[in-house]
Design a protein around this ligand. Structure first.
Ligand SMILES: Nc1ncnc2c1ncn2[C@@H]1O[C@H](COP(=O)(O)OP(=O)(O)O)[C@@H](O)[C@H]1O
Ligand code: SF4
Ligand SMILES: [Mg+2]
Length: 325
């Protein structure tokens, strides 16, 4: 059964990283809630900490600080995680690298069942594996096949099936539609929509494509250099993005697709450039070097605060810059 996912003050620092002294603060004091059965889209450019955040939630990395609650259970404690690991499943960014190339799809799907002692014996587990494949739209013939030689779209379906094997309450999807062609992308989106309807899953979906976030999520969180800079109902953020970084992301999405609302992003030249590689500055708004609106006030770190209803943004100048004001 699905459960609410709540993360509180979550941080992950990689030591021995490139940032001069204290390591790379890949995730820095992130608090988010995903209600039962809902999908939160996590958007942001490459290098902003999205994968690190979901890998920390999935228990692949030990959090440097903070709590991860599934329902009322804190899984950030290593021992609790072992007991609750099957409740949180991650579909990783690159499906092929997460599968053993020399073992069959049957092995990939029955292994989590064995590890978590699900099923009454070998035959039962094999039957479950066939059902899982069916649920993601692949025929049981694939059970005998090896990952090598399968298309990225087929592999993506296999890793989704494997994640569903343990009947998780929380599913984390790391860029499931990157590196696939347009047709496959459409199929994967439809698969995810079907899954949302069929299984009562709480999910977090990473994507750098705003239009995909819009299709698949009720809420959206925008991440920049380890922090959430904007969060709220997806349609509200899409139609009235408040942080200059979000306006840049929404603006480039709408500019690329003339069918999407052209006025959504407000002024075009809100921001430029790329994610800096040196990590977060010690103080001040991390987006300032790229922001057309940076001012003296931006040398202080902006807090995430309510900007109306359930919509939050972290920018000192959010009210005066509001294109709808
Ligand atoms: N295992 C790791 N060791 C050291 N640094 C890492 C590791 N994984 C990610 N990073 C760094 O953390 C930052 C965020 O990376 P990542 O979470 O992969 O971002 P995203 O998924 O948004 O592209 C980057 O600066 C990256 O270089
Ligand atoms: S706080 Fe300042 S630099 Fe940061 S996004 Fe807002 S206006 Fe730009
Ligand atoms: Mg990533």
């Amino acid at each position: 059964m699905s459960q609410r996912l709540r993360i509180e003050g979550l941080s992950k620092t990689f030591h021995g990283g490139s940032a001069r002294s204290g390591g790379v603060r890949a995730v820095d004091d992130v608090s988010l809630t995903v209600d039962r059965g809902q999908t939160l889209a996590l958007v942001g450019e490459s290098g902003c900490g999205k994968s690190t955040l979901v890998r920390t939630i999935a228990g692949i990395y030990q959090a440097t600080a903070g709590r991860i609650l599934v329902g009322d259970v804190d899984i950030s404690d290593r021992r609790a995680l072992r007991r609750h690991r099957r409740a949180v499943q991650l579909v990783p960014q690159n499906p092929l690298s997460s599968l053993n190339r020399s073992r069959s799809i049957m092995h990939a799907l029955t292994q989590p069942l064995r590890v978590h002692r699900i099923g009454t014996g070998r035959h039962d587990r094999e039957r479950r594996a066939a059902t899982l494949l069916e649920q993601v739209g692949l025929s049981p013939d694939y059970l005998r096949r090896l990952p090598v030689g399968m298309s990225v779209g087929e592999l993506q379906r296999v890793v989704v099936a494997r994640a569903l094997a343990t009947e998780p309450s929380v599913l984390l999807l790391d860029e499931p539609t990157s590196s696939v062609d347009l047709t496959t992308k459409g199929r994967i989106i439809n698969l995810l929509l079907d899954m949302q309807r069929e299984f009562d899953l709480t999910s977090m979906l990473i994507t750098h494509e705003i239009d995909i976030a819009r299709h698949l999520s009720q809420r959206m969180a925008v991440m920049y250099l380890g922090r959430i800079v904007e969060e709220g109902p997806t349609e509200e953020i899409y139609n009235r993005p408040r942080h200059p970084y979000t306006r840049m992301l929404v603006g480039s999405a709408t500019a690329a697709d003339p069918l999407l609302a052209p006025a959504a992003a407000g002024p075009a030249a809100v921001a430029t450039g790329e994610v800096p590689t040196g990590g977060r500055p010690e103080a001040g708004c991390a987006f300032a070097p790229r922001c057309a609106y940076a001012a003296a006030v931006c040398t202080a770190t902006p807090a995430l605060r309510a900007v109306g209803g359930e919509h939050r943004a972290a920018c000192h100048r959010v009210d005066e810059l509001d294109p709808a004001a």
